[in-house]
Design a protein around this ligand. Sequence first.
Ligand code: SF4
Length: 359
Amino acid sequence: MKIPEFQKSLTDWFDANKRDLPWRKTRDPYRIWVSESMLQQTQVNTVIPFYERFLEIFPDISSLAASSVESVLKQWEGLGYYGRVRNLHRAARIVFEQYQGKIPREYEAFRKLPGVGEYIAAAVTSIAYQFTVPVIDGNVKRVLSRLFELTQPVNDAGKKKIFQDAVEEIFDASQPGKFNESMMELGALICRPNQPDCGQCPVSKHCLACIDGKVNRFPKKTQKPAVPEYHIVVGVIYREDKVLITLRKSDGLLGGLWEFPGGKVNKGETTEAACLREVFEETGLTVEMGSFFKTVKHAYTHFKILMDVFLCRFVSGDIRLNSAVDFKWIRIAELGDFPFPGSNHKFMHELPMRLDNCL
Ligand code: SF4
């Protein structure tokens, strides 16, 4: 491969074809950091409105650092993978306190902040500060796999070195940010997972898989085990004109979000019995089964849930929390003031109508 020719073809193509994305209008490391955090696990079109709204409310690192984690989670609500924003918030406070509000320019210092993995560190420091480090994300791996006919699976984290070596061979250290963005954009727009558009590809004459007519054989992937599905129940407990919500502990899956209490259905248990049991175990309350409300399906990265939601009337007991760390009795109209997981949003919007008959 003629490396300078490859680099020029790639970056010229990027200049002429890159998408007009809001985070491309800035070199502000904070804004790029926010965009890259959101783009991990989430599609560009979904991210854009969240990005714009988030930056209206938290325009800089100091405004983010000064805000409560709950208000930050509320603005992230619907994007999922809430660990990303909890880490961003924690990191903002560290930058504010230890770096006088200035995001470290050095890769290693930036890399040590909560939630900043190799990918985010490389993307932010190369794009904002022109630090000479290549980015390797899913798009880049796929492009590399086809360019070099790499037989290592792209979804095997243990084989990262192969991709590291390959990208370093073609990396343009004279314009690291643009090179990284160009590679990611090529993967997103042209060298797509299915049906790559090799006829429009600016680097097709350097691509081994294209030259050999083997594009459909790359990238290689290892078979992933089937994703398990859990059956869970949730109780919307109402008492006079209020419902009970509980707060998940601040770390772990959906940490810091509010939810309706519930849990897994045991083998051989009816969903109604499971709901009464889980409500009691998680809140200490005795409730009366009202009516079945809705079944919701939701997918997380490593598992799926089938969630049966019930309306339950409070009967007796004082709150004694098990896994939750806080609780509130709130009016239905106040639900929008709290951050909830996506699975709860799949039924919450129908609650006012259904609970009208109960409250
Ligand atoms: S020629 Fe085709 S397979 Fe090769 S990099 Fe371009 S789009 Fe991808």
